[in-house]
Design a binder for this molecule. Structure first.
Ligand code: IMP
Length: 405
């Protein structure tokens, strides 16, 4: 049985918390794309922990965590991450598996990304993720498994960097520290699937950052959408029977690029501060906007989302009237499709409806006691998308996720 957790906006929808919440009901948690650009925030014993490579289910002692072949890995950063998790008292021994097909992020790729960013101004996380994927598709990348192939290492490093020897020495040191984690995750995952294990797939970033379906070129370099799951694990579609989309009741994005429902000024600042809307990986201020249902509908469609988890309902609480984008107009006419180009995105106008906000949400919140305005807001979303909202999340604590009626 497999459940996919996919972001329906520009990332940072609260997937880390959702995965952490659902993990006790699953045996295996899998990352299938992205790398240290992701920052999944989880609270463990009162401490905020930001995970970049390791699946957010690591804090539940019976789970196995798998980093699939679609991911890119900064080995040095991953080793540090595991040490930090161990330091918090979590035993990771025998619980983390890394694909031998996952690509590595190499020092020269990070340097190149920094240079590229100066001219391209995408607003990347500068973790080398984009260049690592570029090298993957250009067939000059190095994968985990190549650490056992001196000839391939030599050939690629000679072609790509002047510091070949230095990089090789670094890689050999890191290989010593991580070789025990490396397996053929395709066989492993097929084994788990066939033996009836419950698998949770943790998408990183969000649909609007997808290299194919997002606001290109202001996107990441992988496919956070459902297709990326299959390419990034080697499992077939039959292994996924539940696709859950995660969305906030408003929108945020980090980095540059189109953001049709963006708001600036006092309210944006207020929501940013109340919601802690600062990049988990880079600390950058997240841009803030109203909920954009036209955009979410596009995301839900691409992923075949069958249910939705609505997050951060407490952050926008107290705002008297909440705007929701429901249509994109181009030259006054509603669009039937999501625009493919930045130029078209610049020319669209968003049509909004305004819905009453709900009062502040306190610690004793339960869905049964939820304010009427919130229940109406949820119904509006469900009606617009024709998809049920099955859970809502408030606050930071893992337990503050509620099943709805
Ligand atoms: P990259 O993934 O570092 O190449 O960055 C490309 C774009 O994706 C930039 O706008 C980043 O801010 C954004 N991005 C990458 N990872 C995340 C994430 O985990 N959350 C939100 N935005 C992200």
């Amino acid at each position: 049985m497999g459940t996919a957790i996919i972001g329906l906006q520009w990332g940072d929808e609260g997937k880390g918390k959702v995965v952490d919440y659902l993990s006790p009901h699953h045996d295996v948690i899998v990352r299938y794309q992205g790398g240290p650009n992701a920052g999944h925030t989880v609270f463990y014993e009162g401490e905020e922990v930001v995970l970049h490579h390791i699946p957010s289910g690591i804090f539940h002692k019976n789970t196995i965590c798998v980093i699939g072949n679609g991911c890119v890995i900064d080995l040095e950063a991953m080793v540090e991450e595991i040490e930090r998790i161990e330091y918090l008292g979590v035993n990771t021994t025998g619980r983390i598996f890394v694909s031998d097909r996952a690509h590595l992020i190499l020092p020269y790729q990070k340097d190149e990304e920094a240079k590229l960013e100066k001219t391209m101004k995408i607003g990347t996380t500068l973790k080398g993720v984009g260049v690592s994927y570029t090298d993957k598709y250009a067939r000059r990348g190095l994968r985990m498994g190549d650490l056992e192939d001196p000839n391939r290492l030599k050939e690629v490093l000679k072609m790509r960097t002047k510091d070949a020897r230095k990089v090789k020495n670094l890689l050999m040191k890191l290989y010593d520290e991580t070789a025990h984690l490396m397996v053929d995750t395709v066989s492993l995952l097929h084994h788990f699937w066939k033996s009836g294990k419950k698998i949770l797939f943790e998408g990183a970033q969000g649909t609007m950052l997808d290299v194919d379906f997002g606001t290109y070129p202001y996107v990441t370099s992988s496919n956070p959408t459902i297709g990326g799951l299959f390419a990034g694990t080697g499992l077939p579609p039959a292994a996924v029977d539940r696709v859950i989309g995660v969305m906030k009741v408003y929108t945020t994005r980090v980095g540059n690029g189109p953001f049709p429902t963006e708001i600036k000024g006092k309210l944006a600042k207020q929501l940013r501060e109340k919601g802690g809307e600062f990049g988990a990986t880079t600390g950058r201020e997240r841009r803030i906007g109203w909920l954009d249902l036209f955009q979410v509908k596009w995301a839900a469609r691409i992923n075949g989302v069958k249910e939705i988890i609505l997050t951060k309902i407490d952050v926008i609480a107290g705002v008297e009237s909440i705007k929701v984008g429901v249509n994109y107009l181009l030259d006054g006419e509603p669009l039937e499709f999501y625009p493919a180009t930045t130029d078209m995105m610049k020319r669209i106008e968003v049509e909004y409806v305004e819905l009453p906000g709900w009062p502040e949400i306190d610690e004793n919140f339960t869905w049964y006691k939820a304010p009427k305005e919130l229940k109406d807001f949820k119904r509006f979303i469900e009606h617009y998308l024709s998809i049920p909202v099955t859970m809502v999340s408030t606050g930071r604590r893992r337990e503050d996720v509620f099943l709805t009626d």
